[in-house]
Ligand binder design. Sequence first.
Ligand code: NAP
Ligand code: GDP
Length: 340
Amino acid sequence: MNKTALITGIKGQDGAYLSKLLIDKGYRVIGTDRRRVDIDNWRLRKLGIENQVEFEYMDLLDNGNMFRVMKKYQPDEVYNLAAQSFVGVSFEQPILTSEVDGMGVLKLLEAVRTFSPESKFYQASTSEMFGNVLDVPQSETTPFNPRSPYGVAKVFAHFITKNYRESYNMACCSGILFNHESPLRGLEFVTRKITHGVARIKLGLQDKITLGNMNAQRDWGFAGDYVKGMWLMLQQEVMDDYVLSTGKTTTVRKFVDAAFQCAGIPINWEGEEVNEVGKDSANQVRVDVSEKFFRPAEVDLLIGDSSKAKKELNWSPEVTLEKLVEMMYRNDYDMVSKQQ
Ligand code: NAP
Ligand code: GDP
């Protein structure tokens, strides 16, 4: 009989890619989402699976609702991808972020423990938990040192998931995923902001992109590769936690260079910090910096060591950063062109 998977945060980037992966494997996919005025399922539609997912309302702030849904489906696998996932907003809404990303996970685990204790459970942990990093590169044994309300809430969720595995013998695991991007990434994240902005510049629709910390370094991979790792984690006999990463780190500035390269617009950099600008060959400013996009506390460097996932899950990323930037830029260029 086909397995049933329940995915929270179905309408997010990872929810869409994971749904596609599981549907292709023959799973029945139950997707949960909170109630919104805008009910557009653009990510699922883009992957051609909008009509193959069954929807349920579920908000990680509402215990009763989670209990009912878990009782109704008792799924083979639960993937908890729902979160207030934007670090920047977590400084503006720290309490909401903690309620959803921290306590929300505990409430969901309680629903699983009570009504579906045989379900395998995946928690979306994050490299942001390493924060002001205490080791380079970061692996499963690197201590956490989070630098944002988002990171702190995710550390709670990570440890409570481990605690339920150890206390109740539940099949729970966490994937400590480094940044992963795609054409389905939200526009508020720096990679998509850049590729979308460069596409608009190329099409003459905007003059420049304004960014924050250009020196931040991230280990960026492709979301489509990372959801395969999530599934592999839940197929193991013994549950454990795994880092998924590319092992390469890149500055925001280099990502900008790569995106403009795709558009055939080479950029020359001048000045420093908030006075830094990137100019094209006609000396026109195409990138500048504003304090507005800096965070009260920054994670300067992330670079992951996913050798445990390679060894035990036979997982490794396939898409390089160059291919990722190209994929995102092409998608944005085509999308923006069609909107004209
Ligand atoms: P995303 O695109 O922002 O999707 C998150 C989803 O969670 C959205 O559909 C959102 O709904 C939903 N959500 C937010 N608050 C909720 C609530 N109170 N109840 C129920 N659903 C709620 O994030 P993603 O990039 O797919 O990431 C998936 C998960 O992996 C997240 O937990 C994220 O923190 C984690 N993660 C992501 C990365 C990365 O680089 N992408 C790295 C490490 C870990 P709305 O659409 O209504 O906002
Ligand atoms: P995060 O790693 O989950 O915080 O992913 P983001 O894409 O939001 O940010 C990645 C890095 O880019 C962080 O260090 C940000 O400070 C930096 N950054 C620089 N300019 C921007 C910007 O305009 N928007 C965002 N979102 N991040 C920026």
